[in-house]
Design a protein around this ligand. Structure first.
Ligand code: M6R
Length: 615
């Protein structure tokens, strides 16, 4: 949610910042801006515009973009509509300071009022402008240096921030700080980079430092990086080596990241399971679980915390843990969990699922669980992310950067990790027979190959998608393990095509939603072989009787549903508990093609951002 970026070194900052903004654009894309200090004429120039980074490039044509120090921002609006005035960077009143921000200053109204009383005039409706004005006020009023002013200002701030500040008369310094929003500093040869994540940095250096909450980085040109905290205590920078590769950040010949990421799933699932799932010796090795075996074996209950697609993966986790481990599970929206008074026992195991590892609500929910003494396990994709660092233990999904806003490969890997966890714990608890355990292990290892066969139907699904572009509404139905798939399929469609879609447990239809069915309503049914197959066929009959148009996801071996459905997409047979890993893939492709046909920007759908770092 908003991408922030900075550069200081011997090169021109503009091209590095623009390229980096393109990499961070998935985090927010309603406006963009850049601030550069030109040492020759001692000017601090800010250029910003509504729209995408490409609009900013257009806007800066012919303008003075020179400077070897600069900061840049791509925005997802929280306070104030997306326009050029609310875009970052923001000047302070004297125009001596420029600041970019990712997060929310919750007490901005009180601070703003007090600054207005002191004669400060505001240009924008943002919370961010309050912060830069506050820093300037403190600097002038206390006659102090910029870093002290930032420390004092941040002590007054309630909320979340990752910020970077430059000062006109100080062209050899960028100051950055964070609390609850991510910030990473890259260390190059005589140059430094800072960014919301490592993707804009990897091209220049693999040495990075992830800032911790309430830390401030003093990034001086040609000097050692210094990190202090709000109380001015010096911290030793911990360098991490990045393992990301540049190829992972490119589209690799695909028209969109989303399509690339859907097609990557056979490989990403193999990567996710590699070294963990061993069919040879019948073992599942997840070090995060082995190290905390007793916690899982003795868990009174498992609470899964997540948002969006990760929450849907969590629902599948619930079915898996209850079926195989016989541990009661609750799946909670992080945002609801954190604001009620949930009962949390010290012997609960909390599993936080998050692709980005930065989702603000999930981070806050984790804190609550930790305070109550629960053991917290993280399933994250982004290495070094806040959730990965704030949990007691965990497993990475290892799918590489997911750039399309619609989560695809991260979802299947989250489900794969949850499956491996369930199998591991079930075996330890002896709640699964050795025969079933080994059969599931073997079947799980074959899932990537089966996804490959589904992907071969891409052209067919693309053709099918043409039939449905007319629709204004969709219903997705599933039962058992296919219910979370229905909800996830509906989310995929609505977020990228803007077609209204709802996922329901199929049997719930007759309690209300069936009133919506007519001959214009496409109903996607996940009708694979399962313990509830016959019940599902009855539900399909009920829809047919009301003339709904049925698109069914069926197994290759299916005969019955095929007869009833208007259209079908086949998936290979598998164990019921593993079926979500297959049945979601055609739904991802269907949503993608419908959205493309409707001319939507599938990688950057309106109003959304990849990493939701505000609550
Ligand atoms: O990074 P997280 O997994 O914590 O993100 C959670 C949701 O914001 C995310 O899954 C969102 O729902 C996706 N856009 C869905 O495709």
């Amino acid at each position: 949610m908003c991408g922030i970026l900075g550069y200081i070194g011997n090169r021109e900052a503009y091209p590095i910042l623009i390229k980096g903004l393109h990499r961070l654009e998935y985090r927010g894309y309603d406006s963009a801006g850049i601030a550069l200090i030109n040492r020759e004429n001692s000017k601090l120039n800010i250029y910003k515009t509504k729209g995408r980074v490409s609009d900013l490039e257009e806007f800066t044509k012919g303008k003075d973009i020179s400077g070897t120090v600069g900061i840049a921002h791509t925005r997802w609006a929280t306070h104030g509509e997306p326009n050029h005035i609310n875009a970052h960077p923001h000047y302070s009143q004297s125009e001596n300071l420029a600041l970019i921000h990712n997060g929310i200053i919750e007490n901005y109204a009180v601070l703003k009022e007090s600054l207005i009383r002191k004669g400060y005039v505001f240009q924008s409706e943002t919370d961010t402008e309050v912060l830069v004005q506050l820093i300037e006020y403190i600097k002038t009023d206390n006659n102090t240096d910029i870093s002290t002013a930032i420390q004092l200002a941040l002590k007054q701030v309630i909320g979340a921030y990752a910020i970077a500040v430059v000062e006109k008369e100080n062209p050899d310094l960028i100051i950055a700080a964070r609390k609850s929003s991510p910030l990473v500093v890259g260390i190059g040869q005589d140059e430094f980079f800072l960014a919301s994540d490592a993707s804009p940095i990897i091209e220049y250096t693999n040495q990075v430092i992830y800032l911790n909450d309430e830390e401030i980085a003093l990034i001086h040109r040609n000097e050692q990086l210094r990190i202090i905290n709000l109380s001015n205590v010096e911290k030793t920078p911990q360098i991490t080596l990045l393992e990301m590769s540049l190829n992972e950040l490119e589209k690799g010949g695909y028209p969109h990241f989303m399509l690339k990421e859907i097609f990557e799933q056979p490989r990403t699932l193999r990567d996710c399971m590699s070294g963990r799932l061993n069919t040879g010796n019948g073992r599942v090795v997840l070090s995060g679980i082995i190290d905390h075996r007793e916690k899982f074996i003795n868990a009174r209950r498992i609470i899964i915390l997540a948002c969006g697609t990760s929450w849907h993966a969590g629902l599948i986790g619930e079915y898996l843990f209850e079926e195989f481990c016989r541990i009661p599970v609750e799946v909670e929206y992080s945002s609801e969990f954190r604001y009620r008074r949930p009962v949390i026992y010290p012997d609960d195991v909390v599993i936080a699922v998050s692709q980005s590892g930065e989702t603000a609500d999930t981070l806050a929910a984790i804190e609550l669980a930790k305070q109550a003494g629960a053991f917290v396990y993280g399933i994250c994709n982004v290495v070094g992310s806040s959730i990965a660092r704030n949990t007691d233990s965990g497993s990475y999904t290892h799918v590489g950067p997911e750039i399309g806003v619609a989560s695809t490969k991260a979802f299947t890997a989250q489900v794969a990790v949850l499956t491996m966890m369930a199998l591991n714990i079930a075996r330890e608890k002896k709640t699964i027979s050795e025969q079933q355990y080994l059969a599931l292990l073997s079947e799980l290892s074959g899932i990537p190959g089966k996804i490959e066969t589904i992907l071969q139907q891409n052209r067919y699904i693309e053709d099918l998608s043409k039939i449905f572009t007319y629709a204004h509404n969709f219903i997705y139905l599933g039962r058992g393990y296919s219910y979370p798939v229905a909800v996830e399929g509906a989310l995929k469609l609505k977020e990228i095509s803007y077609i209204h879609a709802e996922g329901y447990p199929a049997a719930e239809m007759k309690h209300g939603p069936i009133a919506l069915i007519d001959n214009e309503m496409p109903v996607v049914v996940i009708a694979i072989n399962s313990t509830t197959y016959d019940k599902m066929t009855s539900n399909i009959q009920e829809i047919k009787a009301r003339k709904g148009r049925i698109l069914a996801i069926v197994n290759k071996s299916d005969c019955k549903v095929r007869e009833m459905a208007d259209y079908t997409i086949e998936i290979p047979d598998t164990e019921e508990c593993l079926s979500p890993l297959l049945s979601i893939v055609p739904l991802q492709l269907l949503s993608y093609h419908i959205a493309v046909k409707k001319g939507r920007d599938v990688d950057m759908p309106r109003n959304l951002a990849k990493s939701v770092t505000v609550e």
